[in-house]
Every structure is written in C-alpha cells, then in structure tokens.
Design a protein around this ligand. Structure first.
Ligand code: PLP
Length: 389
C-alpha cells in the first residue's frame, strides 16, 4: 500500500495487523513548518515505480486543515486500477455549506472515513465509513467491521448521530451560513496582529497546499516562544481550550456550534496576548535585523518529520525481541516501537526504521519544548525501545 507518511497511528496499526508492505509518500513541508499536501504527481510517480501497490491512503484535511487534490489523486489511482482511501477524520463538515471545500466522497475517493465527533456536534466515537465505488468490496468491509468493532453498539451514540444529521438537514444551511460569517469576521479582525500570526491559505504556495480548511485556527507565536507557553496562557488566563500545540503554534478548533461570544473572547485574548508579546517581538526583530532570517530556518516540524533509513517493514520488526536503552545508546539501532507527538499522532519513527543521531536530537528538542512525546519513557534517563536480537 502507498501511505502518506503523515497518516494517523490508526493507519499504522492497520499496516501492522494486516502485515502490509508500505511505501510512503512524504507531504511537502510548508515554509511555516506545517505539513502540506500530497500531490497527484507524487502519487503517480510512486504508483509507476511500484506496480504492486494495491491501495493508496492519505489524510485530508490534516489536523491543520491542509487539503490535498483528492479529485486529481483519485483519477491517478483509478488509472492505475487501485482504490483511494481518504482519512477525512477532520473533514466531516466539508461539503455541507459555509463555502468550505468539497469533501472527498464527492471528489472520487473510494473509501472515506469521517469523524463526526471532530468537527460536527456528535459524541466522541461516532465515525462514518463511506464506500463509494465497486473498487472496494462492501461485503468484505462488513466482515472486518464485525471483527474490529464492538458487538454491543451504543444506542446513545447512534441516537446522537441521528440527532446531528437531523439538525444538519433542518438547520444546516443557516448554521453553516452563520458560521462562515463568524469566520470571515474573525479572520478580518486578526490581520492587525503585530506578533502573533493566524494562518490563512495565503501562507501556502500552490505546491504546499491544494486548499485550506479555515475552520482550524492555527496561531503562530511569532516571537520565538514555544507554542506550549501560548497554550497555557489561553487556558489559564482566558479559559480557552486549544486543541493542539506544536513547536511554535497552537491550534484551536471551531465548529457550527461556536457562538459569536466565543469568537469574540478568542479575539480579545489574541489582541491582549499580542500586545504583551509586542515588546519582546520588536526586540527580537531588532536583534535579527540584517540577518536574512528565513521562516524556513525557524521551522520546527520540517526538522522532525524526515525520512529515516528503513531496515524492514513494521510487522517484521514488531515480531522481534526488543529492549529499552537510553536515547544516546540507541543511535544506529532499529526502532522497535513508534515515537510520535500526540496530538497529532503522526509517527516520527516507525518500527523497522533506523534511529539516527538527528532523530535523537529532534526528540530531545521536543522534550525541551514540553511537547507530549509518546514512545519514549522517562526513568533516570529518556529511553527508547530498540530491536534486540
Ligand atoms: C487524521 C486522524 N485520523 C484518525 C484519527 C482517529 O480517530 P478516532 O480517535 O476517532 O479513532 C484521528 C484522531 O485524532 C485523526 O486525527
């Protein structure tokens, strides 16, 4: 299977359970460090090189709202006779109005997974699997659902999903129109920020992103400060819960259920924080004046999501004995487990890949920044599992 490397860990678990041979597609990393799109050209090059590929799977939109050209990629996949599976966990609200981009179901993907609970008003654990073509055998999918799902489905969840769908049917047009109005107003009122920066589609080149879902509010600290610091200011001072934090940004999720009052509170917080940061910002700008300080050089994500040398497939490495060693001793060894930041849950290394000195340095940087690194244990030292045989 051809897998976008920025897929959620759920996809990697499927690779493991089904003993799949994976080839990866690495997304473009935008100048601001955010992982960008997968392109049809990339998919086509890999399909041409690897004629045994049986399916393609990618995430669109990403956590940050980056959308790939699903129509173009599905056309390529179909030309090569393989289905396209889109993890649209973050896109259940697409195609329902509010001038959001079209969803993958209508763009030709063969299987589309949406989390209603992420961007629509629905209980957690209420996802949808859309099968749209004959390229995927619905009966076989049904069989596996019987294996992987609980045999005691929740009527509470199902009733919640029904209530959500009914609400969208009856009031969706109005709710999405109001939502768009609030978003437009919000983005219009953040353009005067001096230090903080709220991401928009204009931050990306056509190569980096096909389009952007602006329901995700991605706020860059713009001051050399860590995203984690900003996250705590939002939470503790303003009682605003951000969804995710990365090296130099925090991400807030919005939905049709957010009121104008909520957006106003966020706007007030943004402007107050921005004013406080301004003094610091101008000092930093002065210090760096004259040095061509590129956005790229500041990119944290660019440095961590890089291809690692691969020795074997995930399922092969996970069948071998392992032990835990201090990070520094692990350089040159093969990873026996995943290491990822959660959120977003995208692995930085997967079992079967080789631990490099650069990888160890990136992990140390994540730890220093206070990010939640999973797959590393902390006892006396930071330790990692390596294959040991
Ligand atoms: C892109 C993506 N896919 C899949 C998932 C898994 O969804 P769930 O937690 O609902 O199982 C997530 C969860 O965060 C995600 O971000």
């Amino acid at each position: 299977v051809l897998v976008a490397r920025n897929c959620h860990k759920a996809v990697y678990h499927a690779l493991y359970l089904n003993e799949l041979q994976a080839e990866y597609l690495y997304p473009a990393i935008a100048r601001n460090g955010v992982q960008g799109q997968i392109t049809a050209t990339q998919a086509e090059a890999s399909l041409r090189e690897n004629p045994d590929i049986a399916a393609v799977i990618l995430t669109s939109p990403t956590y940050e709202g980056i959308i790939s050209d699903i129509k173009g990629i599905s056309e390529v996949c179909h030309r090569y006779g393989v289905p396209l599976i889109v993890d649209e966990a973050h896109g259940a609200h697409l195609g329902l109005g509010g001038e959001f981009p079209e969803n993958a179901v209508r763009q030709g993907a063969d299987a589309v997974i949406m989390s209603m609970h992420k961007t629509l008003p629905s209980f957690t654990q209420t996802a949808l699997l859309h099968l749209t073509s004959e390229r995927i055998d619905a009966e076989e999918v049904e069989r596996y659902l019987g294996i992987f799902e609980t045999s005691s489905p929740s009527y509470l969840f199902m009733a919640g999903m029904d209530a959500c769908v009914r609400m969208l049917k009856e009031q969706g047009a109005q709710l999405f129109a109001d939502y768009r109005r609030r978003l437009l107003d919000f983005y219009g009122r953040v353009s005067d920020l001096k230090c903080l920066h709220v991401m928009t589609a204009a931050d990306f080149t056509a190569e980096e992103a096909f389009c952007v879902d602006d329901s995700k509010i991605v706020i860059f600290t713009g001051s050399g400060r860590a995203g984690e610091e900003l996250y705590h200011i939002f939470l503790e001072k303003y009682k605003l819960q951000m969804e995710m934090v990365s090296g130099d940004y925090v991400l807030g999720m919005t939905s049709i259920m957010d009121t104008q009052e909520g957006f106003d509170r966020l706007l007030t917080a943004l402007h107050e924080i921005d004013n406080e940061l301004y003094a610091d910002c101008s000092r930093l700008v002065k210090e760096s004046a004259g040095e061509e300080q590129s956005v790229e050089a500041n990119s944290f994500v660019r440095s961590i999501y890089v291809p690692n040398p691969r020795e074997m497939q995930i399922y092969q490495a996970m069948a071998l004995a392992y032990r835990e060693v201090p990070l520094d001793e692990a350089v040159g060894a093969m990873a026996a487990d995943y290491v990822y930041l959660y959120p977003p849950g995208i692995p930085i290394i997967v079992p079967g890949e080789i631990i490099t000195a650069a990888f160890v340095e990136h992990i140390r940087q994540c730890i220093r920044l206070g990010l939640k690194v999973q797959g590393i244990t902390e006892t006396d030292l930071f330790r990692i599992k390596i294959v040991y045989f």
